[in-house]
Design a protein around this ligand. Sequence first.
Ligand code: IPE
Ligand code: IPE
Ligand code: MG
Length: 231
Amino acid sequence: MPVPRHVAIIMDGNGRWAKARRLPRIAGHRQGVEALRRVTRAARELGIEALTLYAFSSENWRRPEEEIGDLMGLLRHFLRNEIDTMVREGVRLRILGNYRVLQDDLVRLIDDAVARTASNDGPILAIALNYGAQAELVSAARRLAERVAAGMPVEAIDEAAIDRELDTQGLPPLDLMIRTSGEQRLSNFLLWQAAYAELLFVETLWPDFDGAALADAVAAFGRRQRRFGGL
Ligand code: IPE
Ligand code: IPE
Ligand code: MG
């Protein structure tokens, strides 16, 4: 059965998971980090080459300051705890999105983790932080415009040239996009890259997602017939 090379997940439903238990939203986010650990391990076991996770969108700054602080705290915790495991297990960490505007210590932690895993040859774990697909495309357009201004012919702008300017450059083509919690929208995630991805919307709330759920998603992907416009 075909295994998707590159899977992206919109990890949604932490807040509703907590609400159903009359817990504060942070409790849902904490369980969400546990799900993230389980699912990255499962992805490796399934032979998925790249797993891209939507952790914080460029629109999530609209949330209350306290929740943003909690999410950044969890990210800090995750990076500190997981870096050694990633190094040991050969995972390559990539970040999508403009993470440089995060707190200085977080930026340092991220840069350190990316550098320490850069020469690994195992699966890629890409985490989207302060990521928005429209902003990603704006940055790509600006860089290409600068090249044209510097003398590059306009005809040199093709699909591959745009691909190279995106945060996902070098990752395998996106095969499968999963969103948990029953919402059926992309929320500004990987708009360009999802052109021919299979979309899968599941009711499970992210904190309840696990390796078995990922295996089910991969099996569902295997039953899809991809045509890419052909017959
Ligand atoms: C997803 O869970 C996590 C982030 C967006 C950081 P939510 O926090 O969006 O959970 P719901 O959608 O409110 O249930
Ligand atoms: C998308 O979830 C972003 C992440 C999972 C990080 P949201 O919960 O922010 O999306 P909307 O607001 O429901 O579209
Ligand atoms: Mg949500």
